[in-house]
Design a protein around this ligand. Sequence first.
Ligand code: KE4
Length: 428
Amino acid sequence: MELSKSEALFAQAQQYIPGGVNSPVRSFRAVGGTPPFIARGEGARVWDVDGNEYIDYLGSWGPLVLGHSHPAVVEALKKTAEGGTSFGAPVEGEIELAKLICELLPSVDSVRLVNSGTEACMSAIRLARAFTGRNKLIKFAGCYHGHADGLLAMAGSGALTHGIPTSAGVPESYASETLVADYNDIESVEKFFLANPTDIAAVILEPVAGNMGVVPPAPGFLADLRRITQENGSLFIFDEVITGFRVGPNGAQGLYGINPDITTMGKIIGGGLPVGAYGGRKDVMEMVAPLGPMYQAGTLSGNPLAVSAGVATLNELKKPGTYEKLESLAQRLTEGATKAFQSAEIPSTINRVGSMFTGFFNAGPVSGLSHAEGSDTATYGSYFHAMQEQGIYVAPSQFEAGFVSTAHTEADIDATIAKVSEALNTLR
Ligand code: KE4
């Protein structure tokens, strides 16, 4: 793989941008090597500045469920841009996107658009605290909800102690309101409610975890959390930034039949442009300014350009057969890859929900963070580069999700499976 232009650009980028990237995971530090600078994308493919072509399973970390430069999205952006990009005033497109979200997510009566998943989760937590008058928050180790201070916390040393910061610059006092439980372990949640019966504002989780690699909820886990939060007067927040309109037309809440009180969104609802959102029960959303006392604002929230890409994307996803196609392509890929790992006799577990998946270098099962962390990340790094060499772009970290889009074809999938076998052979 010829990467000389990317290498030169990466050296230049590091002169002006911390680590040469505008988001740490893009730096390839988890897998080593130079990140290719992408020149363009079309359908299921991207090309880097050295002219290398890749079949793309990163999909910009989730938003590109229709593939790159989908005609409907490009057309919507062109048309909107010709009339201006942002006015700081209401536009009709905001109603269109909000209405689509409320129609597609039964638990969402009203929704506020913001600019990122981080902003959506940060605001949802502030809203839960405003609505309940309580301070504590339960999150799960291995789940990521963006980089707001209180969310960059990991489990304290003792079983019941408060969270401790995972990032420099986060005061102990912020992290201490965050209690960190274990995914798929309901007892780890019950003990926090027993110790704090009247001070937990909310439980937030990824209904299908994507940020420890893909880990589905154990049967009954989401229902147990719904019950426990209701019993204790806490709110239940589904972070559907990844799963929203990814794992099904009505998100994970539709797939699993659980109605959270608040849902956060991002990625797909922006169609590749910066859009986040939080929405939920009418009585909860009535706390949000200017209706209520919980403040949240944003210069570019709901701007016409971003919402036009989101509306075009959700309208495409509503077309009949879309999710059946995503399911069939993703199943074909993961079944083929499983066979390839088996014939290479390399221990692996592939977790998949809909068109999001992770291949763990781990005999499995992988049903929580401690399992995921037992994966052979060094071998994952070698596998990543062996796939990159063959023109297949997968996530540059073992602890992320891969995605299939509607632009992938069966031929792409079959070619990819053959290259998985090739890559695994180089590891033996
Ligand atoms: P953003 O602020 O990056 O738009 O969204 C934060 C966020 C919230 N919730 C979930 C479940 C998420 O996965 C994310 C962001 N995802 C990461 C990768 N899984 C984005 C990639 C990056 O950090 O560059």
